[in-house]
Design a protein around this ligand. Structure first.
Ligand SMILES: Nc1ncnc2c1ncn2[C@@H]1O[C@H](COP(=O)(O)OP(=O)(O)OP(=O)(O)O)[C@@H](O)[C@H]1O
Length: 260
């Protein structure tokens, strides 16, 4: 087996104090090879975002191990190294862009902080890569559509030349018609750059579109790992997973029915 680029082992996360303590992530473990796309799926509240936040270093109050290239990461992610290698894309492009920052500034700031050269050229290149004309650098977030904003958010992550993107429901705040555009952008960029993805979603169609392997979460645990092919063929082992897949298919069919 090829060596994992990202490995999570025995991850446990709890919130609250004493009697109010709530064990949200329970013994979660998985590994992702370089260039692979791994999806975590489960219903709202099952702990998906909490897993991503622990990996990203946004919550250092966890037990367990997070390894990058077999190196265990300190809980407080010190130094710029980790941030350059692992970038996160959040669910809501409206919330994740500062309303008074022009696209130019959004993209230039990380370059300045990390001392990149050729800054103007890098901004032009990344805008083109996410399907925006370089003139978009002079726009403010309110001058962009939801899909264009999410493209800028993806550009901000890519401009750091990371190896891994942590994607938290990257399309769920977007209109259905725009969701496919952003998913196609993510799969294209993944191929072009050889990126590794960890994608979190409650939507099996989104996960199966992007990911090769999928972890099904329920109540804070990964109860089953599947390939996307097994998902497409309805080959889940666990009853819960089968019900989840059936519900996703029924929901997709209902949406298609609404659209006609
Ligand atoms: N900072 C926090 N303090 C207290 N409880 C939290 C905190 N963050 C998350 N939780 C709780 O942990 C549980 C899991 O939340 P999480 O956001 O990880 O779920 P999720 O599967 O990503 O759901 P969703 O898709 O709705 O975001 C929920 O019950 C949530 O209320």
């Amino acid at each position: 087996m090829r060596q994992s680029l990202l490995e999570v082992a025995d991850l446990n996360v709890s919130f609250g104090e004493e009697d109010e303590r709530h064990h949200v992530v329970k013994d979660v473990g998985f590994h992702i090879g370089r260039g692979e796309c791994y999806g975590l799926i489960g219903e709202s509240g099952c702990g998906k975002t909490t897993v991503l936040r622990a990996i990203a270093g946004l919550n250092s109050d966890y037990d367990g191990s997070i390894l990058l290239d077999a190196q265990k990461q300190p809980k407080a992610r010190r130094g710029a190294g980790f941030l350059r290698r692992v970038q996160m894309v959040f669910q809501d492009p409206y919330a994740s862009l500062h309303p008074r920052k022009m696209v130019e500034k959004v993209l230039r700031e990380p370059l300045q902080i990390h001392g990149f050269d050729r800054q103007r050229q890098r901004i032009d290149e990344v805008l083109v890569q996410v399907g925006l004309d370089p003139s978009f650098r002079y726009r403010y977030p309110h001058e962009l559509s939801g899909g264009q904003r999410q493209r800028v958010v993806v550009a901000r992550a890519l401009i750091m030349e990371p190896e891994i993107l942590l994607l938290d429901e990257p399309t769920s705040a977007l209109d259905v018609s725009v969701q496919a555009e952003i998913l196609n952008l993510l799969t294209r960029v993944q191929r072009e750059r050889g990126l590794t993805y960890l994608l979190v979603s409650h939507d099996m169609a989104v996960i199966a579109h992007v990911c090769q392997r999928i972890g099904m979460m329920q109540h804070g645990r990964i109860i089953e790992e599947m390939t996307s092919e097994a998902v497409r063929n309805g080959q889940a082992q666990e009853q819960y997973t089968r019900e989840f897949l059936d519900a996703s298919a029924a929901f997709a069919a209902a949406l298609e029915g609404d659209a006609t």
